[in-house]
Each structure stands twice: as structure tokens, then as C-alpha cells.
Design a protein around this ligand. Structure first.
Ligand SMILES: *Cc1c(COP(=O)(O)O)cnc(C)c1O
Length: 424
């Protein structure tokens, strides 16, 4: 308690935050992650004194830079069970996905023109496939089941003798669902079809091993694993089978000719450091995040009715929770929690608010998709933050529902599906 100038007692408790909570709270770690201070520390020398071009062969500036790049290549490779020679550095996973799909499509055109992917992929895969379709490739977009998992039988049926590539993501960035990658990879190998996976959300969060998982090509990104933005990598298998990729950016022949352009040395060093930290801390971190996630889920479910989680929770990223708050208007919900950074089930495409295509693929209606929230818990989130976030959401949802005629009707036992709404 304190007094203002006129002697009026002001209750501070209303505005006082719990210890360890600072607003706004960041809980959107699937969109991006903050740079780990240890990663920044590793990068610093390469932003200042050690500034050489890794392709300069004639002096120590170049050699130093090259040495750092090769160390990073080892660090990235180790995290996913690859060898350093199989790692190609890129500007991020969008480029990695483009390079993988376009590069394979072009290289294997003689063998066939059919590609299989799924409807819940990231736009970096879907838009690339759309482009390839315009160039005469045939693309099958597999549906997913209501829990977000792809049906292996659908995949088998889609394969034909013209199929050159299957591209299915390891873990989904919205609903956190982990696909049966090992089984998919084995099936592809059995049929002699190359298998690419967008591993952005899985690498560094759950064990990923390109050998055990039968992966031929894998995309990963720095800024999703507490590394810097604008750097990523593509794993390209060199043996059994040796994958060939037709380069998409020409000039200089960097990265074994697959990706020309002066290497982003500080970024690459940061990516390497981020991978090494993930390698060492992944297990404990996953456990901690999953506990926080389950705690958040339980609190919300205990306090609120008509909420449901999206995506199969048995095959799920530890830090992800995607939840629908039925009978709540999505935009009002987001406005009510504007001191918390999360993602909604709406995607801003060309200035209109579209429901998430991933949630729609699970069979959710537009309204429910809009009233969904993706929580992305990460390395730096605390229990105190989870408490603040859950209390706030419970409060806002309850208030909004008090104003909701739909919710009133449901509570009174009226079956909304039987109501004939007046046309307007
Ligand atoms: C973020 C993300 C990408 C794009 O990665 P960038 O490095 O930002 O280009 C691709 N796929 C998935 C699943 C992602 O979450």
C-alpha cells in the first residue's frame, strides 16, 4: 500500500505482477525463439574481428572463417545423426524447403513428375508445390485425420511409378503433431522414392536421426532453436541413396555447388552453437516444457467448459498446446489477452482474417478455428508465466461467455444445430 499526494490509499496489489513475470509474456515459440545469450556470445567474434570470407583461400582471415563454418557444420550434423559433408547452409528453412523440392523435382524429372505432400504443411512447402504444378509436376496433397496425423494407407495409395518425392513435415508448427516419420521413411525407401521432411519444429526439440528415421533430405532453421534469424540448413543424404539436388541459386559454387552465395559466417556459427546447446539440453528441456504444457492444459480444462485441444496429444511436441475456446469470439479473445504473445487460429492472408488452414484440415469450423489459440512454450518460459497466462485466459473467456447468447443457449440445453437462424 502507498498513498498518492492527496493521501488516498492506493492498492498496489491489483497491478503488481507475480515474481518473475514481466509483460508482455512471450509464448509464441513456434513463430520464432529469442536468441540464447550463449549463442550470441559464440557469434560475437565473427561479427567483429573475425570477419573473413569463408571462401577466401589466400589468407588467415578466410581460413579462420572457414574453420568456424566447418565446426558449425559438425555441430549441426551431430544433432541429426548426419555427417558434416551432408549439411548445406541456407538462409533459413523457407529456402531449404524450396531448394529441396525444386532441386529434386528438376534433377529427377526424367524419372517422374509426381510429388506427394500433405495439406497441413508450412506454406514454404505448399507454395513451392503450387509453383511446381504450374511447371507440369503432379502433386498429391494428402488429407490428415481429425487428430492431424497422416494416414499411411493414404500415402501408400498415392504412390505410383512416377512418384519421385514425398515431402511430409516432422512436426506441425500449429498443432504440434509429430508424424510417423520413421515409418514413412521406410516406406519411401522400400519404393525407391526420396523422402524430404521439414524438420524445423522437431530438430532440437525431440530426437531426430536421419539414419534411424530414413530421411533423405531435411530442412531446419536457426531462429526456431534459439539461434539467429536468416540462417538454416538442408541435410542432403550422400549414401544409400546419394541424393542429387539441382542448384537454385547460381554463382560461385559455394556449398558443393548446391547453394551459391557468400556464407553468413556469424549466422552459421550461431546455428552451430544453437544445435550444440540443443543436443546437450534437449532431454531436460523437453521434460520441463511438457510439464509446463500439461499444467497449462489442466488449468484451462479444469476452469473452463467447451474447450478442446487440437492435434493428437500422444504424438506431440512437448512445448505445444493448441486449444479451441468454443463460444468465444476469436478477435475479442485476442484483444482481451493483449499482454500475452500467442498465435490465434486466424491467419492474416492479404489483409483478410482467414481461419487457419491447418485447423480446417482437422475438420474444425471457421468459428472454432478463429477461437483457437496456439501456445508455444519455450526455453525461457516459467511456471509463473504459465500461471499468469492461464489465469488471464480463464478470466477473459469467462467474461466473454457471459456476453455470449450462444453460450447461454448451450447452457440452457438448446441444441444449436437444430436452430433455424433467420436470414440476414
Ligand atoms: C518457421 C518455419 C519454416 C520457415 O523457416 P524460416 O527459417 O523462417 O524460413 C518452415 N517450416 C516450418 C514448419 C516452420 O515452422
Amino acid at each position: 500500500m502507498s498513498t498518492n499526494g492527496t493521501g488516498v490509499v492506493i492498492a498496489e496489489s491489483a497491478t503488481q505482477l507475480p515474481e518473475g513475470v514481466r509483460l508482455p509474456i512471450y509464448m509464441d515459440n513456434h513463430a520464432t525463439t529469442p536468441l540464447d545469450p550463449r549463442v550470441l556470445e559464440a557469434m560475437m567474434p565473427y561479427l567483429t574481428g573475425i570477419f573473413g570470407n569463408a571462401a577466401s583461400r589466400n589468407h588467415s582471415f578466410g581460413w579462420e572463417a572457414e574453420k568456424a563454418v566447418e565446426k558449425a557444420r559438425e555441430q549441426v550434423a551431430k544433432l541429426i545423426g548426419a555427417t558434416a559433408k551432408e549439411i548445406i547452409f541456407t538462409s533459413g528453412a523457407t529456402e531449404s524447403n524450396n531448394l529441396a523440392l525444386k532441386g529434386i523435382a528438376e534433377m529427377y524429372r526424367e524419372r517422374g513428375n509426381h510429388i506427394i505432400t500433405q495439406v497441413t504443411e508450412h506454406k514454404a512447402v505448399l507454395d513451392t508445390c503450387k509453383k511446381l504444378e504450374k511447371q507440369g509436376y503432379r502433386v498429391t496433397y494428402l488429407p490428415v485425420q481429425a487428430d492431424g496425423l497422416v494416414d499411411i494407407e493414404d500415402l501408400k495409395r498415392a504412390m505410383d511409378d512416377k512418384t519421385i518425392l514425398v515431402s511430409l513435415m516432422y512436426a506441425n508448427n500449429e498443432i504440434g503433431v509429430i508424424q510417423p516419420i520413421r515409418e514413412i521413411g521406410a516406406l519411401c525407401h522400400e519404393k525407391g522414392i526420396l523422402f524430404h521432411t521439414d524438420g524445423v519444429q522437431a530438430v532440437g526439440k525431440i530426437p531426430v536421426d536421419v539414419q534411424k528415421d530414413n530421411i533423405d533430405v531435411l530442412s531446419l532453421s536457426g531462429h526456431k532453436i534459439y539461434g539467429p534469424k536468416g540462417v538454416g540448413a538442408l541435410y542432403v543424404r550422400r549414401r544409400n541413396p546419394r541424393v542429387q539436388i539441382s542448384e537454385q541459386i547460381n554463382g560461385g559454387g559455394h556449398e558443393r555447388g548446391m547453394r551459391s552465395g557468400t556464407l553468413n559466417v556469424p549466422g552459421i556459427v550461431g546455428l552451430g552453437a544453437a544445435c550444440e546447446i540443443a543436443m546437450n539440453e534437449m532431454e531436460a528441456e523437453a521434460k520441463r516444457e511438457q510439464e509446463l504444457r500439461d499444467y497449462l492444459k489442466k488449468k484451462l480444462e479444469n476452469a473452463l467448459d467447451y474447450v478442446h485441444v487440437n492435434g493428437n496429444m500422444d504424438h506431440h511436441l512437448p512445448g505445444n498446446l493448441n486449444m479451441s475456446f468454443v463460444y468465444v469470439e476469436g478477435e475479442s479473445l485476442l484483444m482481451g489477452i493483449n499482454d500475452i504473445a500467442v498465435s490465434s487460429g486466424s491467419a492474416c492472408t492479404s489483409a483478410t482474417l482467414e481461419p487457419s488452414y491447418v485447423l480446417k484440415a482437422l475438420g474444425l469450423g471457421d468459428d472454432v478455428a478463429h477461437s483457437s489459440i496456439r501456445f508455444g512454450l519455450g526455453r525461457f518460459n516459467t511456471k509463473a508465466e504459465v500461471d499468469y497466462v492461464s489465469d488471464k485466459i480463464i478470466d477473459v473467456v469467462q467474461k466473454l461467455r457471459e456476453l455470449s447468447p450462444l453460450y447461454e443457449m448451450v447452457k440452457e440445453g438448446i441444441d444449436l444445430t437444430k436452430i433455424e437462424w433467420a436470414a440476414h
